[in-house]
Design a protein around this ligand. Structure first.
Ligand code: 5GP
Ligand code: MN
Length: 337
């Protein structure tokens, strides 16, 4: 939990700055956008000049969040000047510079005025100011605590945005990131008028036929390792093209893999447009896929992490499943001590 020191730092940083840019990580998710939109609304209410810019557009599934579709996508010719002019740049839901995509270099150039609010575990980061709480279920929960302490009363759009941040990062209250804090804040947001069925429907019941067929092909080609404890699927470029579902965020497919009783680690490999491979990792219980991701320069949380790898699909599958097998052995050896 954040305490008096963090609330004081937040108050002081808001008071001291006028021209503020608010941004988040590449391929923004519900927590990223929800947190960003609420921070921006709070700062505007405080009379600040606030601009938002991201390295990628909001995905289709999150455009129901008020303001999400209008966040500009970074264009150096326009937005480098915004970063240069700003007194403060608030970065939410991300500490790792390599998750800023095309904004990585320009953000590093202004690191001495970046204020990072995040819940991801990281080893040191380049930003001048930080409010980090790895115990928080979502960045939106940290944002809720911060702005509520300052007297902000969430309007309908802000309440929904924070609810979406917390709900999506906890898998709609089923991952073990689902803490007392998650339910406590969610209950206050329901009190404020949020309808929980609506965001679920918007986010998880909007799949296209192409995506559903892609899921079917991927599952039909399921691979099991470590006696069934590791399940993985591959979305090659060829398969994505064949189904007409190229370059769509497919990390939810891991849910179907984790649903198998024997599975403790689920892995999704997906060819990206730039030839790299996106690896989504999910796990059950005490299996720490964050430690696996960091071996390859990725990151995330204990039960949900990601990596971007260079090289071919077969090589990636062998490499990651090999390390995942080692992780399971080490986890079981550790728990028997
Ligand atoms: P997903 O598999 O849904 O893309 O990501 C799961 C989690 O891992 C998220 O919390 C996300 O922040 C983190 N993550 C995904 N890809 C990367 C990556 O390439 N680098 C780092 N540092 N974290 C990642
Ligand atoms: Mn988050």
């Amino acid at each position: 939990m954040i305490g008096g020191e963090e609330h004081g730092r937040f108050r002081e940083l808001v008071d001291r700055h006028q021209d503020i840019v608010v941004t988040t990580h590449m391929n923004p998710d519900g927590d990223a956008l929800g947190s960003q939109l609420v921070v921006a609304r709070y700062l505007r209410e405080q009379g600040k000049k606030v601009r938002m810019v991201n390295s990628d557009p909001a995905p289709e599934t999150l455009r129901f969040l008020e303001g999400a579709a209008e966040i500009p996508v970074y264009d150096a010719d326009v937005h480098r000047a915004w970063l240069a002019e700003a007194d403060l740049v608030v970065l939410v839901d991300n500490s790792a510079s390599d998750r800023l995509g095309r904004m990585e270099q320009p953000m590093l150039e202004v690191a001495d005025k970046v204020f990072c609010i995040d819940h991801h575990p990281t080893r040191g980061n380049p930003w001048k100011y930080n409010i980090l709480d790895t115990a928080a279920c979502a960045t939106a929960a940290i944002v809720y605590e911060l702005v509520t302490k300052q007297g902000f009363v969430a309007d309908d759009a802000s309440a929904l945005a924070m609810y979406v941040g917390i709900a999506t990062d906890t898998g709609f209250f089923r991952f073990n990131s689902t803490t007392v804090q998650a339910h406590a804040i969610a209950s206050r947001l329901l009190d404020a008028g949020v309808d929980p069925a609506r965001p679920y429907q918007e986010i998880y019941e909007g799949n296209s036929e192409a995506y559903t067929r892609l899921l079917g092909h991927a599952l039909a080609d399921l691979r099991l390792d470590a006696g069934g404890a590791i399940a993985s699927v591959r979305l090659t470029r060829e398969l994505q093209d064949r189904c007409g579902a190229f370059d769509v965020d497919s990390s939810e497919m891991t849910t179907a893999l984790l649903a198998m009783r024997s599975v403790r680690i689920a892995v999704l490999f997906r060819d990206l447009p730039d030839g790299k491979i996106k690896v989504s990792l999910r796990s059950k219980g005490n299996v720490n896929v964050h430690s696996l991701a960091t071996q390859f320069g990725g990151g995330g949380h204990r039960n949900a992490s990601g990596i971007v790898l260079d090289g071919g699909m077969d090589e990636a599958v062998n490499l990651v499943t090999g390390k995942a097998t080692e992780l399971l052995a080490a986890t079981d050896a550790g728990s028997m001590e």
